[in-house]
Design a protein around this ligand. Structure first.
Ligand code: PHE
Length: 337
């Protein structure tokens, strides 16, 4: 019996060393209920009382040795699998990573912020007004009564008889003067709406920046000086300005202001359509009627106002020939700015 036990031990241990053998099979074969060691133990009844404990102890040792060998094999196996896994999943942390794509401000926002910064630098603050506006603020208070022909030039979206989508940022002039006593220096950027068909230079929604200065003793030379300072900061220090007489019901006198072309310097090129000048804004001295409509005495105070289209300026500055690009948000287009 001792010999049988010894044989079982040797056979089991050598089987465990064989990497192709399944350790679970080995366990069943030797230690299982019907296993070889178990059947030896069953036969112990036929042994003499002296032999029984000796063989019993030996059988226990054999079982312990087989179990230990199986445990060891399991742990080597585990280690080997882990090593394999580590090897196959190895990453090289020194490889350069793919650069993340970082977004940036939309070109219209960039132009708007640049313009804002220039005026903030001259002591202006930012005023905002509603896009859904009363006819009163968009027209009447700006000296554009009902049936005035100037209404036709701004095809307005009406919501009711007296509520509309603002067709210009000028109503913010009125709202500001109603709330705030002079001195006033504000700019007001925002969306405006006109019932225009979409094409390369028109959109029913676009953006303007309005400016308003009101104080005692504001003259046309202040107006002109500030427009020049702005244009030189924005377009470059060589920029020249041209004031062309114009008419706005809410300013008197009024002008359209052109800057010398920042591409050709005035010689004539594609950007300025060979004119040497680019129109950038409408402006004028605030009409006395507008001041008094807002409770400001035109005998004491005077001021000037201006308004410019942000799209126009962005398109000229970046050489964008179709306004629709600015709204389609094609990343391939936007990435360029
Ligand atoms: N609101 C005018 C427009 O949309 C521009 C303007 C603003 C003119 C302020 C004069 C003063 O055309």
């Amino acid at each position: 019996m001792k010999e049988t036990l010894q044989k079982i031990r040797e056979a089991a241990l050598s089987a465990i060393q064989d990497p192709s053998a399944d350790p679970e099979q080995i366990r069943i074969q030797y230690l299982g209920k019907k296993g070889e060691l178990t059947s030896v133990l069953r036969g112990m009844g036929s042994l003499s009382p002296e032999e029984r404990p000796i063989v019993g102890q030996m059988a226990n040792e054999v079982r312990a040795a087989i179990e230990a060998a199986l445990t060891e094999r399991a742990s080597t196996e585990k280690k080997r699998l882990l090593e394999e896994k580590l090897k196959s999943e190895k990453i090289d942390v020194t490889l350069p990573s793919a650069a993340p794509r970082i977004g940036h401000l939309h070109p219209l926002t960039q132009v708007q912020r640049t313009i804002e910064d220039i005026f903030i630098g001259m002591g202006f603050s930012i005023a905002e007004g509603p896009e859904v506006e009363y006819d009163y603020y968009n027209f009447q208070a700006l000296n554009i009564p009902e049936n005035h022909p100037a209404r036709d030039t701004q095809d307005t979206f009406y919501i009711t008889d007296n509520i509309l989508l603002r067709s210009q940022t000028s109503p913010v002039q009125v709202r500001t003067m109603e709330k705030q006593k002079p001195p006033i220096r504000v700019i007001s950027p925002g969306r405006v709406y006109r019932s225009d068909a979409v094409d390369a230079t028109h959109s029913p929604l676009f953006h303007q920046i309005e400016g308003l200065v009101v104080d005692k003793g504001i003259t046309m030379s202040d107006w002109k000086g500030m427009m020049e300072t702005f244009a030189r900061e924005f377009f470059g220090s060589d920029t020249k300005l041209r004031f062309r007489p114009h008419h706005f019901p809410f300013t008197e006198p009024s002008a359209e202001i052109d800057v010398s072309c920042f591409v050709c310097g005035g010689k004539g090129c594609r950007v300025c359509k060979n004119e040497g000048w680019i129109e950038i804004l409408g402006a004028g001295m605030v009409h006395p009627f507008v001041l008094s409509n807002c409770g400001i005495d035109p005998e004491v105070y005077s001021g000037f106002a201006f308004g410019m289209g942000i799209e126009r300026i962005a398109m000229k500055q970046y050489g964008i020939d179709d306004m629709r690009h600015l709204y389609e948000n094609d990343v391939r287009f936007l990435e360029q700015f």
